[in-house]
Design a protein around this ligand. Structure first.
Ligand code: ZN
Length: 254
């Protein structure tokens, strides 16, 4: 397998306008976000979608979204109880910066019920879906041990653009996501279930993410995820990288 630097070198040589893309990370959590962005750029990752999760991180995301960095803002399920007051201000934040391209991460998480009761989570999720609908924006969804419920709410709300960050479902659920025209985002953690999901889906329904620094080390790590997807799909890393970038650009209207 080619090394990361070989792939980025080839990619950059091929077409300078092609940049690899990390569909989901949290730049606001890095001690030095601009260093992480620079490292990614040197590796060929020129498009980064960073997600907010509470009031303070949304403000940081607003500042960071520039020069190839795009942001989504939202109140994540674990903050849906304490930070729900920030939901009403989301539309204003979004209007302040053209590089804020969606709402996220939002959704339901059955592992944080002590911090955020399900009732509160659902209320926050619904409210934010309404804002996304009104503003015609895509949503980046967090569904942890709650995939079926999240999918039902999204269907009931008739959401047309949804990215399932850190998709944890099996093949059947992935196919359902694909049927709705939504996207499955693949994190750096491998599993046999995830391999089957990648094989079962059309490449057009797949994007790659690092969820760094929570899961991956930095947005540059998305290259490893793209390589895995390429290998499972039997195509070159360059082709996989280009197709995934195209999907992300089209989905977020970048
Ligand atoms: Zn995340």
């Amino acid at each position: 397998m080619e090394s990361t630097s070989q792939i980025s070198a080839r990619l950059l040589k091929m077409d300078e306008s092609v940049a690899l893309a990390d569909a989901h990370c949290h730049l606001d959590l890095f001690p030095n976000p601009s260093e992480a962005v620079e490292e990614a750029r040197r590796a060929g990752v020129g498009i980064i979608v960073t997600a907010g999760s509470d009031g303070a991180s949304n403000m940081k995301t607003l500042q960071l979204a520039k020069n190839g960095v795009y942001g989504v803002v939202g109140i994540s399920p674990d903050f849906s109880s304490h930070e729900s007051g920030h939901i009403d201000g989301l539309a204003e934040i979004i209007k302040m910066n053209r590089n804020i391209v969606g709402i996220g991460e939002i959704g339901l998480d059955n592992t944080v019920l002590e911090k955020a009761p399900m009732e509160k989570q659902k209320e926050a999720f619904q409210k934010q879906l309404e804002i996304a609908k009104a503003m015609e924006l895509p949503v980046v969804v967090h569904a942890r041990k709650a995939l079926k419920e999240v999918m039902q709410i999204l269907k009931d709300s008739e959401m047309d653009r949804v990215i399932f960050h850190y998709f944890e479902g099996a093949e059947a659920e992935a196919k359902e996501v694909e049927k709705e025209g939504w996207l499955v985002s693949i994190p750096p953690i491998e599993s046999s279930r995830r391999k089957r999901v990648i094989k079962a889906l059309d490449l057009n329904s797949i994007v790659a993410e690092t969820d760094s620094p929570v899961v991956g080390r930095s947005p540059a790590d998305v290259i490893g995820v793209i390589e895995k997807i390429a290998w499972l799909k039997g195509i070159s890393s360059v082709e996989a990288g280009e197709r995934i970038t195209k999907t992300i650009k089209e989905y977020f209207y970048i």
